[in-house]
Every structure is written in structure tokens, then in C-alpha cells.
Design a protein. Structure first.
Length: 175
């Protein structure tokens, strides 16, 4: 079993606004929102013949929910290039899908308020099931245009090799 050291000075939970996403060994620019990591395990109910008044429960199949990523529209084409590996309309008959490399493992890194890496999740065998190239445009709004991808995945795990950061402390000068 892995041994963890506990930062006895930290009582506050980590915030949800400092994070980065990485795939193909590079950080993806401008991601402003990452959907939650959620898994659900089906419940299999069964009864014993000698005990007809109650049922037992066992775990069944586990499903991992899709993860959505959002970012402001820029000239960076990473979302579009990955989405086109799943379906590229103009590629020609028989080559619309890149079966060789349409799946990627991604990393979701969460940082503390000081910008130190707090923990990382590895998400396995992701592929783009939904791509929105451009959000609604509205001349009366004051907002950023958003791109969106939805990633199907086959599971995730926390990277236990990432240690808890030793958080900085500052001394305030007297006077």
C-alpha cells in the first residue's frame, strides 16, 4: 500500500480554478473548463434459494462518463485536429476515420493557490465523441467565443507518484 505524507498545515480543500490539461506530451492552450471525473458501477442484485426474503448486492460493470473540455476560440487547432481523427468529412471515402491514432491518454493537473502541482489524474484511451467548433455568436453579448470537445474514455486514475506540495510561507516585515 502506498504511503502518503500529510501536510498537517493545510486544512483548506484545493480550489478548482488552477489546472492544466496535457496530451501528446504538450499542454493544451487556453482550456477554461474541464468536466468532472465520474464513474458508476452497476448494482447486480441476486438472491439465495434458502433466503427468499432478502437480496444481496454485488458490483457489476463500471462505466466512465465522458469528460468535456472548453476553451476560448484561438488559432490553435488542437481540438479540431483531434476531432478530425474520429471523423474528417473531406478526407475521402474509406479514410474518414484515423483508426491508428484517434485515441489519446491525457493528464489533468490541479495546482494549489501558489501554483504548485497538487495532484494529477491520468485518463486513458480518450477519443472525441462531440466537437463544437464555435459557440453561438451574439452581437448583444460581451463574452468569449468557446470551443468544446467531449471525450469518451475507458477509465482514469490518480497519479500517486505526485507528492503533496510543501506550501510556501511568507514572513511579513515588522513596522
Amino acid at each position: 500500500m502506498a504511503q502518503f505524507t500529510v501536510n498537517a498545515q493545510r486544512f483548506d480543500p484545493y480550489k478548482n480554478f488552477k489546472f492544466r490539461v496535457k496530451w501528446d506530451g504538450k499542454y493544451v492552450a487556453g482550456i477554461s473548463k474541464v468536466g468532472g471525473l465520474k464513474r458508476t458501477t452497476e448494482v447486480v442484485k441476486h438472491r439465495e434459494g434458502g433466503d427468499p426474503s432478502s437480496s444481496h448486492k454485488s458490483p457489476g460493470r463500471t462505466e466512465y462518463e465522458a469528460i468535456s473540455l472548453e476553451r476560448g476560440v484561438t488559432h490553435d487547432t488542437e481540438f479540431e485536429k483531434w476531432a478530425n481523427k474520429v471523423w474528417h468529412f473531406t478526407a475521402g471515402l474509406g479514410s474518414e476515420t484515423s483508426l491508428k491514432d484517434f485515441r489519446k491518454d491525457i493528464l489533468i493537473e490541479v495546482y494549489n493557490e501558489a501554483g504548485q502541482l497538487a495532484f494529477t489524474y491520468k485518463v486513458f484511451r480518450c477519443w472525441v465523441s462531440e466537437y463544437q467548433a464555435l459557440s453561438d455568436l451574439d452581437a448583444n453579448a460581451n463574452a468569449v467565443a468557446i470551443q468544446h470537445i467531449k471525450l469518451e474514455n475507458e477509465g482514469w486514475e490518480r497519479d500517486v507518484e505526485v507528492p503533496e506540495p510543501s506550501e510556501p510561507s511568507f514572513t511579513v516585515p515588522a513596522g
